[in-house]
Design a protein around this ligand. Structure first.
Ligand code: NCD
Length: 366
């Protein structure tokens, strides 16, 4: 049998192989995916949070937690890096981004994928009049994966469909499509909720309060739709009347049977919630000369903390402004920095699934 050394790569761990620092506290480490079915078929693209079901989520999150174990040792990280060094990704981000860009770029590096980037359409041939579709088709000649953020709702789906009809259909990942969707943010939000609420029985049966610009915040739209995969979840949407959820989301949630309630009583909504998901006002979409909406009643401050449940979870997709007081950062219920870091690991897991190497990420039973 050929050895990993002979190939110059690390092969999957053999039965009995050990990752020195990967033991659990109890000295036993079990990969729970052995009881969870691998989704079939694996996704070809990541376009919308509506494409996932509970089985997919359970598999993805167990995989993510397994992958995080590999981060605990140099040997484990070296193994992850040996999985996809023959792959190249394009990060096409023509809307501002700090954490999503870095999170995807870092996820690529974790897996050995080399990543190139375009961060401004003005530096591409779009400036010469090339259509965005032609630009993206051009990338597909050079790379194996396109991760894209754009102000245009629906563009990812269009490009995925276009590329599927060509001889080089590379996967498309939606990293934010205008005010429409942000599916990978929703996936990491649920991972964070699931971990933070695990001692209280998980997400099923919980009340999640979403606050802020619910009309144009794409993270809210994707997360609310993803929550329909859980049982007896109730969403309370708290916002000024001008920023209530859009009609299409209201319709989809009603059809799904998920219980939800819309209110402008912020104080009552947060007191009842198992998780509070704060969001920023998306004023980049304001019409020129529009009167600003007063949102000051929807700011979470340190003064609210005593009124929240003692085991409540406070989240925010970030970046934040004054809707989330920095004085809250040290409260044990604040999970947004952890949420941000979780994002990279969920994205690593997603990329292994897109390239079909997720089944090579296995920990031995020690
Ligand atoms: C969000 C986004 O871009 O939609 N940020 C993120 O990706 N974490 C939220 C926002 O910009 O308000």
């Amino acid at each position: 049998m050929i050895s990993g050394d002979a190939l110059g790569v690390a092969l999957p761990p053999q039965p009995g192989a050990r990752y020195p620092e990967a033991h659990s506290q109890r000295g036993r480490l079990v990969d729970r995916r052995r009881d969870i079915e691998r989704p079939s078929p694996l996704p070809q693209h990541i376009l919308s949070s509506t494409q996932f079901d509970r089985g997919f989520l359970d598999y993805l999150y167990t995989l993510t937690t397994t992958i995080r174990r590999f981060d605990k040792s140099r040997e484990g990280l070296g193994y992850l890096q040996s999985l996809l060094p023959h792959k190249r990704a394009m990060l096409y981000f023509t809307q501002p981004s700090t954490r999503t860009f870095l999170s995807f770029q870092s996820a690529c590096h974790v897996l050995g994928i080399s990543a190139s980037e375009i961060r401004d359409a003005a530096t591409s041939s779009e400036r010469k009049g090339e259509s965005v579709e032609d630009s993206l088709r051009t990338f597909s000649s050079y790379v194996d994966l396109i991760i894209m953020r754009s102000p245009i709702a629906g563009l990812c789906e269009r490009v995925a469909q276009l590329l599927d009809g060509t001889p080089r259909p590379v996967p498309i990942v939606n990293a934010g499509s205008g005010p429409d969707e942000h599916p990978t943010q929703a996936l990491l939000d649920i991972y964070t909720l699931r971990r933070s609420l695990r001692l209280g029985g998980g997400i099923d049966g919980k009340t999640i309060c979403m606050v802020g610009d619910l009309k144009r915040g794409r993270t809210v739209r994707s997360l609310a739709r993803l929550l329909t995969n859980y049982d007896d979840v109730r969403i309370v949407f708290a916002s000024p009347p001008a920023f209530r959820i859009a009609e299409d989301l209201r319709h989809d949630l009603s059809v799904s049977g998920l219980k939800f309630h819309e209110t402008d009583d912020f104080e009552a909504a947060i007191a009842d919630a198992d998780a509070i998901y704060m969001t920023r006002i998306q004023d980049e979409y304001d019409a020129v000369g529009a009167e600003p909406v007063d949102t000051s009643r929807f700011h979470l401050t340190a003064a609210h903390l005593p009124r929240l449940k003692t085991d409540a979870v406070i989240m925010h997709p970030l970046p934040r402004r004054d809707e989330l007081d920095v004085a809250i950062d040290d409260d044990p219920r604040a999970k947004y920095w952890r949420q941000e870091r979780n994002g990279m690991w969920v994205r690593v897991a997603l990329l292994t699934m897109l390239f079909g190497v997720d089944d090579r990420v296995q920990l031995p039973e020690l």
